[in-house]
Every structure is written in C-alpha cells, then in structure tokens.
Design a binder for this molecule. Structure first.
Ligand SMILES: [Fe+2]
Length: 165
C-alpha cells in the first residue's frame, strides 16, 4: 500500500489529538518495528499498522472508565483500529490480522504470528527503556524469556545490558 506509514501516522495523530505521550510512544514502537523487520520475517503492512495502532483503545478506556488497564485497552482497541484501517484504505484481507493483535497486545503469546512477536518486542523495548526502575542485572537474566524474537533479544541486550553480556 502506498504511503502506508504517512497514512497511519496521520490517523494516529487524528485519533490521539493532543495526547503527545501516546503519539510519541506509538512512533517509537514503529521505529523498533522497522528495525525488527530488517531481520525478522513478518508482513510489511500488518506489522507497521499494529505498531502504530496497538494502543488506540486507551482513549476510550480512559474516557469510559478513567483507567487505561490492559484488559480495557484490548477490549476497545480492535473496533477502533478496524475503523481507522478501513478509512485509510488498508488492504481489507489484512484488517482482521491487525485487529486480532491489537486485541491481545498485552497478552504474552496472545497471537501466534510473526507480526504479534514483533509488536511484543518493539513495545517491550520502548516500555523497558522508559521504566524508571530498570535494573540492568535483572534485565540481563530475563531477556531470553521475555522477548519473543531472536532479533528482539539481540537489540535488548545491546540496549539494556551492554556492559554485562
Ligand atoms: Fe505500547
């Protein structure tokens, strides 16, 4: 699909409006997704769409319940992602795959697909970097377990445990 990235980002900004924190988070997850796609086999349209849209359910969860709990994000995300994808002309045969991942993005091994594993690792790379109590030593021991792709593990070691591994 032509200009997919621009269309996704435009839709992301339209959706989150002035919520700069969410917009920046999604863009950072997209950047890691692109890096992972250099060496992990996955769909070149599904993976970026998932990266940009994975958290769109937060807005509705917060508006309706005052909380952005993982479960509510997963509940509200898919229908919003579906509407956005249809609006930008995303390939119809791939919309369900994106929405399934959005609806499980906080559930480890939620969907058995390379696109899910890339989202899992990209989101984890961003959230770990943002974690105020990041403990390099503990992190080093957990990388193999918590990351889902070999490239994700390599990137995580490079990012978080440079000196130790
Ligand atoms: Fe996220």
């Amino acid at each position: 699909m032509e200009y997919l990235k621009a269309k996704l980002i435009r839709a992301l900004v339209d959706h989150f409006e002035n919520d700069d924190r969410r917009i920046e988070h999604a863009l950072r997850v997209l950047a890691w997704t692109e890096k992972l796609l250099e060496s992990e086999p996955a769909d070149r349209e599904i993976a970026p769409a998932v990266a940009v849209l994975h958290d769109v359910g937060i807005k509705e969860a917060e508006a309706k319940h005052g909380t952005s709990s993982a479960r509510l994000q997963e509940e509200y995300g898919p229908s919003i992602a579906k509407r956005i994808l249809a609006n930008i002309g995303f390939p119809g045969d791939k919309i369900e795959a994106v929405c399934a991942i959005v609806g499980k993005h906080h559930t480890k091994n939620g969907v058995d697909s390379p696109d899910f594993r890339i989202l899992w690792d990209a989101d984890l790379l961003v959230n770990t970097a943002d974690s105020p109590q990041l403990d390099m030593e503990k992190m080093a021991g957990k990388i193999d377990n918590i990351f889902a792709t070999e490239t994700g593990r390599i990137l995580a070691r490079r990012e978080f445990a440079k000196a130790r591994l």
